[in-house]
Design a protein around this ligand. Structure first.
Ligand code: NDP
Length: 690
């Protein structure tokens, strides 16, 4: 309620006095609360503005979804989009001035730009989807952009003209006439493409349309969609239906029924089914690896040996543990005893990041299911494909209907999960900022949370280290998956006395790394996840240079040899870095290594710990006593001595400080997906003082 009240006050303030004059203190006054309370809910003004823009976008999205649901046929759906975007309430002076205030700021704020991009992407994806049923395939993209531009243009002209050049009714008429004329001109005859939808992969020349996976099957509704692209080529791989409230409720209903039956099975029975799922994953390794490579841009030489295998290992590990789950017996003397029951939490949610989509889905679902829970899983919207394959595999293996559901979409879909009262726990892999929001939302219903968040981990190379091994470790710690690994050791501290030798060997090996088509088995560095993310990483490289770091390798986008349509960056090494530089302090999540030098053990430990993050750390030394001594003092949840980025399922994985809460993998995860019930059993009479 308070959040909503503050968002309403922000809207009023933006409408009345504009962007610059709307300060946090002024908005707090308007809402009749203290500035501290606003800061408590939203952090700062940027946080409040982002939440307000999300609120406005969500309101428009919901209004659009309602109209789309009622529309029959592709032309009617295009009209529904026009009608929603040009509805009378969008022309209202107060609403117009708030939208205008935001659009003016989008260029200057990455946070606002992100919200706006999602909104634009959704509108275009919907238009493209419906236009495929109306015009020739070659015309779809152009026409979608043109219609979006006409909608924006009509609204903008009206909002900016003092006399109200057009009202909602005439704007919609103009847009409708325009669309009909364009369709007539664009359609050059021949057979029209089918606009059918069945929820499964539709193997037509157009990208497949994929529904949410609910209750053990695809659950197509014909609602709003988004598209997922191959970041190496820009090609659309598939369109995905967005899960709104109705789909999330359907998944909850299915999970409720499924979970009761699933939890009533013995652990051994659940384990047997999960083991079958692990076998199916392994049998389909190559097909799944290829799909993961297409969706993420990661080299096939990685996905063939890591992504699917790690998921299968995890499911197999928890399949094995399932039969052994138990409570304990507690002796309370001759006339009583106690026992504990280890019970599932009920319905849990998993929300994934885009860097290891299948692995993350497996790491979250395997312990959850082994312990008798049901899960609603939301993949990142950039990588929605392999979680659906996992859902198919679970169903085929015999996991009961409703026990594993995949709901697709953006942060709004994630929020439907984190705020849902029927969900007992949320496990998120994502950025620190997202972790804070998820935890705040989960607090509303006192849900358990596991947060696997970002990092800026140190890798320390002592003077007695095997230099070739240390260089191998640094390469694994920075360039695997094009550097898009949360645990990466991007701050490489090298002892001053071995730095020249280390640098020489490092640069020689980096220069030989093969950047290329992710599907080519020779490629070692594939594409980054998206053009936007590539720009962010290039921005950090520019900052590194500007702040005085010395570029030793890479440092630029790669477009040669057919890579110009993709998001490729050469593996980049900066030397001469200092602790205060942006590339040393902030998570880049790309192929950018910062080398720093040190001379003293205590000094390097203090510098390694001087960060808000605490996900991982690595030490290279031949002195094992030093290895253990240093690791014991590093503030990190996951550490390696003489290796880096190896994550066997048997070892718990997770971070400290801002890098997260809770652990995945190992026996530790069982604690995070079960709760204990204590039972006291009296064997004698009941003595009462009354
Ligand atoms: P994000 O935090 O942007 O997104 C993570 C997931 O949360 C996505 O599915 C996203 O949806 C969803 N989401 C976003 N906002 C909300 C919200 N308010 N409520 C509920 N769900 C929400 O992370 P990225 O996908 O960009 O992943 C990169 C980050 O993940 C890096 O910081 C990396 O370090 C971290 N990471 C951590 C790992 C670990 O184990 N510690 C492992 C791998 C990555 P959508 O994408 O659709 O917006």
């Amino acid at each position: 309620m308070r959040r909503r009240q503050l968002i309403d006050a922000t809207i009023e303030s933006l409408a009345e006095i504009g962007f610059n004059a709307s300060t946090l203190a002024q908005i707090a006054r308007r809402a009749g609360v203290s500035p501290g309370l606003v800061a408590h809910y939203f952090g700062d003004k940027d946080g409040l503005l982002e939440a307000t823009l999300r609120f406005l976008s969500l309101r428009l999205y919901r209004a659009t979804a309602l109209r789309l649901r009622e529309a029959r046929g592709p032309r009617a759906r295009v009209q529904a989009l026009i009608d929603a975007n040009l509805a009378p309430e969008e022309f209202d002076q107060r609403t117009s001035s708030v939208w205008l205030a935001f659009w003016g700021q989008v260029l200057h704020s990455e946070r606002l730009r992100r919200v706006q991009r999602v909104y634009q992407a959704r509108m275009l994806a919907n238009l493209r989807h419906d236009l495929r049923g109306i015009v020739a395939p070659g015309e779809v993209a152009r026409l979608a952009i043109t219609i979006a531009a006409v909608i924006d243009g009509l609204w903008l002209r009206s909002s900016l003209s003092a006399a109200g050049e057009t009202d909602s009714v005439s704007a919609r008429q103009i847009a409708a006439l325009f669309v009909d004329a364009q369709i007539a001109a664009a359609w050059s005859g021949g057979e029209r493409p089918a606009a059918s939808l069945n929820g499964h992969l539709v193997m037509t020349p157009r990208p497949p349309l994929l529904a949410n996976h609910i209750g053990g099957r695809y659950h197509a509704t014909g609602g709003a969609t988004f598209e997922t692209r191959n970041p190496a080529t820009g090609d659309v791989l598939a369109e995905i239906e967005i899960a709104g409230e109705a789909e999330v409720e359907a998944a909850i209903a299915a999970a409720r029924t499924g979970q009761k039956r699933w939890a009533a099975m013995t652990g051994a029975e659940r384990g047997r089914i999960l083991k079958r799922a692990a076998d199916l994953l392994r049998a389909r390794n190559d097909e799944l690896a290829r799909l993961e490579t297409l969706d993420t841009g990661k080299p096939i030489q990685e996905t063939l040996v890591v992504d699917v295998a790690s998921g299968a290992d995890c499911i197999e590990y928890y399949a094995g543990l399932a039969a052994g789950l138990s409570g304990e017996h507690v002796d309370l003397g001759p006339s009583a005893f106690g026992y504990t029951r280890r019970e599932p939490l009920g319905i849990v949610a998993g929300i994934g990041a885009w860097n290891y989509p299948l692995q993350i889905a497996c790491w979250k679902s395997a312990p959850a299911l082994a312990c008798g829970n049901a899960m609603l899983f939301k993949p990142a919207e950039l990588t929605p494909l392999t979680a659906l394959k996992l859902a198919e595999i679970y169903a085929e293996a015999g996991v009961l209907e409703g026990v594993f559901n995949v709901v697709q979409g953006f942060a709004e879909t994630g929020r439907l999960l984190t705020r849902h009262p029927a969900i007992a726990k949320v496990s998120l892999t994502g950025e620190v900022g997202t972790g804070r929001k998820v935890m705040a939302d989960a607090a509303g219903a006192l849900k358990y949370v596991t947060l696997e968040l970002g990092g800026k981990s140190p890798l320390i190379v002592f003077d007695d280290a095997d230099i070739d091994d240390a260089v191998s470790g640094a390469l694994l710690a920075n360039f695997y998956s094009a550097g898009e690994v949360c645990s990466n050791g991007t701050r490489v501290f090298v002892h001053e006395s071995v730095r020249p030798a280390f640098i020489e060997k490092l640069v020689a090996r980096v220069e030989k790394m093969v950047v290329g088509d992710p599907l080519d088995p020779a490629t070692q560095v594939g594409a980054l996840i998206s053009p936007d993310h590539m720009e962010k990483v290039l921005g950090y490289i520019a900052k590194g240079r500007a702040e005085g770091a010395k570029l030793l390798a890479g440092g630029a986008r790669v477009t040669a040899n057919g890579l110009s349509m993709g998001a490729f960056i050469a593996p980049t090494v900066f030397d001469g870095c200092t602790d205060g530089m942006s590339i040393v302090r902030e998570e880049i999540f790309g192929p950018v290594m910062a080398v720093l030098s040190f001379t003293d053990e205590d000094e390097v430990i203090a510098r390694a710990n001087d960060t808000e993050f605490g996900l991982a750390a690595g030490v290279f030394t031949r002195d094992l006593a030093r290895g253990h001594r240093v690791i014991a003092q590093l503030h990190a949840g996951t550490c390696w001595i003489n290796h880096y980025n190896i994550t066997p399922i048997e070892l718990p994985f997770g971070g400290v400080k801002q890098s997260g809460l809770g652990r995945e993998n190992g026996k530790a995860a069982i604690e995070h997906y079960t709760q204990l019930k204590s039972v006291y059993v009296n064997l004698g009479h009941v003595e009462a003082p009354y």
